[in-house]
Design a binder for this molecule. Structure first.
Ligand SMILES: [Zn+2]
Length: 464
């Protein structure tokens, strides 16, 4: 499946495989009449970009570059370019002093004043605002920004930008072109070198230059789709209440030189565990031991892009979240964390989030484990002070933020994490099965106990 990257053919094939599997078990479609819940994904591609100064044409990548994600399609003609030093305009200094940049193209040098950053270091100083230059240009009414950078010519950037799920942007900045020194010289002539010298003292002086300049940027936006795959097993006397079991079936796809990132542990292990749990519960139902509550088996995509699929489900649930007693989410349960030195180094699972929204949940989880699976339940990543912020980093979070109690099952990271070497031969299948069994017993109890989990912990407590 070529690493199952969201909105690619590999992801769609994996979705079809999972859908077919759900069908073969006899699960019914979990999105009205269909199994897949589609959501939109967008991606920009460069159509054309040109810069022309006084009749001389410059080439993209050779002399300039534009960020696909942040720029908008526009053609601009100008007869004046305003040089504004470092392009800073805030409480510390004002490089726009004495010049009117309104409606004009501004040209700025790379770097920052010597007073605010030591020489020969980057300008990523403490509290650095990555949009400081754009903020200043917008505040001063500039039409576009030309920022000199010295690393031209460049290797051609990919013709496509990053994928995203919403075209909404709170702030639209003036288009920013990174330009070569050759373009700067074609505008400022000999003054460019003088300005570079003046940079050393930190005080290049703003100045206006006459130049016939054309700036062109056109991008196309492709609308694509990805999906969550949802199978439904109807309950009996409590069938209008729900248990949701999730894992993400997407991974990183193919990267540089077509290398496949397999994602066997992340999250092939969780995905096939959801399929196994679906099989176990359908067999139980066929044997007359069906769950009282309905069970939703959902594999989501877009996790690696930013929890997109679960976010979409959280905002467009196909079954009411207030009637969803719990979400059990599995993301990586097939490997051993080499950093874990306490207790039994193999017979464990990290349990995250079980005490954040309901005081009922943790005792149930622990009782099931004590009775059946006897794993060491490790709460390391449940610590609110966890610097890796694991609680916020997988799909359960999109249930928790809506108030649904969750448990997240996780084996920790390892040397193959997010590398092409996360392959199926490295999975510890015995351990993985045990962890999946813990999820099964816990889901069984959740589906069959008399009451839904009480939600007795304030929603905002989890954000602290
Ligand atoms: Zn993952």
């Amino acid at each position: 499946m070529e690493g199952r990257e969201t909105a690619t053919e590999g992801q769609r094939k994996a979705a079809t495989y999972i859908e077919d599997y759900f069908k073969s078990l006899g699960l019914t479609p979990g999105n009205n009449a269909i199994y897949q819940q589609q959501y939109p994904v967008f991606q920009d591609s460069l159509v054309s970009s040109n810069i022309e100064v006084n009749g001389k044409k410059f080439e993209v990548n050779k002399d300039f570059a534009v960020n696909l994600g942040s720029a908008y399609s526009a053609s601009m003609l100008g007869s004046e370019v305003v040089f504004v030093g470092y392009g800073i305009s805030d409480s510390t200094r004002d490089d726009y002093k004495g010049i009117n940049a309104r409606g004009k193209i501004v040209l700025i040098l790379a770097g920052s004043p010597p007073s605010t950053a030591p020489a020969n270091t980057t300008n990523r100083r403490q509290g650095f605002n990555p949009f400081a230059i754009q903020d200043a240009a917008a505040k001063n009414g500039a039409a576009a920004i030309l920022q000199v950078q010295t690393n031209f010519p460049r290797r051609a950037a990919g013709a496509r930008g990053n994928m995203y799920t919403s075209g909404f942007r709170r702030t639209i900045y003036p288009n920013t072109f990174a330009i070569s020194e050759a373009i700067a010289e074609s505008i400022m002539a000999g003054d460019y070198n003088a300005a570079k010298e003046a940079m050393k003292t930190g005080n290049p002086v703003a100045k206006s230059y006459n130049a016939n300049i054309a700036l062109d940027f056109t991008k196309a936006t492709m609308k694509m789709e990805s999906s969550n795959v949802i199978g439904f097993l109807e309950g009996t006397d409590l069938k209008d209440e729900f248990v949701v079991i999730t894992a993400h079936y997407d991974h990183l796809g193919k990267r540089e030189n077509n290398v496949i990132y397999y994602g066997a542990d992340d999250d092939g292990s969780g995905t096939v565990s959801v399929l196994e749990l679906a099989e176990a519960f359908t067999k139980a139902k066929a044997a007359g031991k069906g769950p009282r509550r309905s069970i939703i088996f959902m594999t989501v995509s877009g996790e690696e892009k930013g929890l997109w699929g679960s976010a979409y489900y959280g905002d467009h649930p196909t079954y009411p979240l207030e009637k969803t007693t719990v979400n059990l989410n599995i993301d990586m349960i097939g490997r051993i964390d080499p950093k874990r030195k306490t207790g039994d180094s193999t017979n464990y699972v990290y349990v995250v989030g079980d005490d954040k929204l309901s005081s009922d949940l943790k005792p149930i989880s622990e009782a099931m484990n004590k009775k059946y699976t006897k794993l060491e339940l490790d709460y390391k990543y449940n610590d609110p002070k966890d610097t890796e912020r694991i609680y916020y980093r997988s799909d359960h979070y999109n249930f928790a933020r809506k108030g649904v109690p969750i448990i997240f099952y996780f084996n920790g990271t390892h040397a193959d994490y997010h590398r092409p070497t996360d392959t199926p031969d490295k999975i510890d299948y015995v351990q993985m099965a045990k962890r999946a069994q813990l999820v099964f017993y816990t889901a069984w109890e959740m589906a069959n106990r008399n009451d839904m989990l009480k939600r007795d912990i304030p929603l905002d407590a989890q954000f602290r």
